[in-house]
Design a protein around this ligand. Structure first.
Ligand SMILES: [Zn+2]
Length: 404
């Protein structure tokens, strides 16, 4: 075996470092345009600490990739290099696809570069949730959404689901409610769409959406708690989302809730997911004669129509969610807590009950999701948008325009 040569001036190591620095700076510039656009290049330089020449170079590259453009009505500057012509995101041409798999249905969507949902479709699951049938249906729906918009180009697809999702390998390791185990979603969906696919757990996807496009923008640390049929959490500090080994962080389904009475499949009583899942809410609502089926939206509708039992069930669930948030605040002490829960998203009394459950002066840091009408569509697409904003040069370079 030859010994490894020491790095020399002509070795590739410095070039790799340069490339990494260029990627990081491009990411900083694109984030600055997202947050401040339309914004002058000179202002970006001031905000980011990059040199004006470097900002100009990055803006030229990002413009070439179709990610940014000069704003519609520039102020006249007359100077060379047009430093005062503001730039803004180009949200007219590039989109990402989003796929979110819930227990009863899959949400497929297109998002623009601002994280806004420009098209979406729900695909119901028929009977057993066979993963490859579901991914076939998602790819077909995505092709349909893109086919209706010939002017837009997809950069990639983000996939989000509850359960245990390993971002690094692109695998849904385990999703007990769907009955999925070791499903290679990144490869399977990549084959079906011909696009780069990125995969993550939905609580982490939504914490990224809140950081980039929502209320947690600018927050030093943020915890997101997702309470649907699946209950899980994600935590981010300074733009980094904690994943843990094989992305197992945030699995809080069996955290004991104070005062819980619900039997869990694990054999204990009062586990967070058993206590707070939408199935439990619907079962209780059905037993009380509030609804006929198992749709949590029907409980919300009954409450809106004035059914006092529906109101009580929703506020009790919100209060129990607040107690769980209180436990997580004790452990993680984030600046901002974002909660995605059906009652909290639609009712002030539920938000009040949530905050009461959190208690003792910390309630003000607890806010509902920034995406009340589109949370599942945003979750899927945000996985791909997070990749784009971290590495705009890499994420937009490997796209085949005619894919899908
Ligand atoms: Zn349990």
């Amino acid at each position: 075996m030859p010994r490894t040569a020491a790095p020399t001036l002509s070795s590739p190591i410095p070039r790799v470092a340069d490339r990494d620095r260029r990627r990081t700076s491009a990411s900083v510039v694109l984030r600055s345009v997202l947050e401040h656009g339309p914004v002058a290049r000179s202002t970006i330089a001031r905000l980011t600490g990059l040199s004006p020449a470097s900002v100009t170079g990055h803006c030229a590259r990002l413009t070439g990739l179709g990610l940014i453009r000069e704003a519609a009505s520039p102020r006249p500057s007359g100077g060379v290099g047009r430093p005062h012509v503001p730039v803004d995101l180009d949200d007219s041409r590039l989109v990402v696809g989003g796929v979110h798999v819930a227990v009863p249905y899959t949400t497929v969507a297109l998002l623009d570069l601002r994280g806004r949902v420009v098209a979406r479709r729900e695909v119901p699951h028929s009977g057993a949730a066979d993963p490859y049938d579901i991914l076939d249906g998602a790819a077909g729906a995505l092709a349909g959404l893109l086919g209706a918009r010939p002017g837009v180009r997809p950069l990639g697809v983000g996939f989000a689901a509850g359960g245990w999702v390993d971002r690094a390998s692109g695998v849904v390791v385990e999703h007990p409610l769907l009955g999925w185990r070791e499903v290679p979603v990144r490869d399977a969906l990549g084959t079906r769409t011909g696009l780069p696919v990125h995969v993550d757990g939905h609580a982490r996807a939504l914490v990224n959406a809140e950081r980039l496009f929502g209320r947690a923008r600018g927050s030093g640390s943020v915890l997101h708690l997702f309470v649907g049929n699946v209950v899980d959490a994600a935590f981010a500090t300074n733009d980094e989302v904690h994943h843990g080994p094989r992305s197992q962080a945030g699995t809080i389904a069996h955290l004991p809730v104070p005062g819980g009475t619900e039997r869990c499949a694990c054999g204990r009583t009062g586990c967070l997911q058993a206590e707070l899942s939408e199935r439990t809410l619907c079962r209780r609502a059905r037993a009380a004669g509030v609804i006929g089926g198992m749709n949590p939206q029907h409980v919300v509708r009954a409450a809106r129509d004035g059914d006092p039992v529906a109101v009580r069930l929703l506020t009790e669930r919100a209060r129990a969610t607040g107690r769980a948030v209180g436990l997580l605040l004790d452990v993680l002490n984030p600046e901002t807590v974002v909660v995605t829960e059906i009652g909290v998203l639609s009712r002030e009394d539920c938000l009040g009950a949530l905050r009461a459950g959190v208690g003792d002066g910390r309630a003000a840091s607890v806010v509902p999701s920034s995406f009340p009408d589109s949370v599942l569509a945003v979750a899927g697409g945000s996985v791909a948008l997070d990749v784009l904003y971290r590495d705009p040069l890499g994420a937009s370079a490997d796209t085949r325009p005619d894919a899908i």
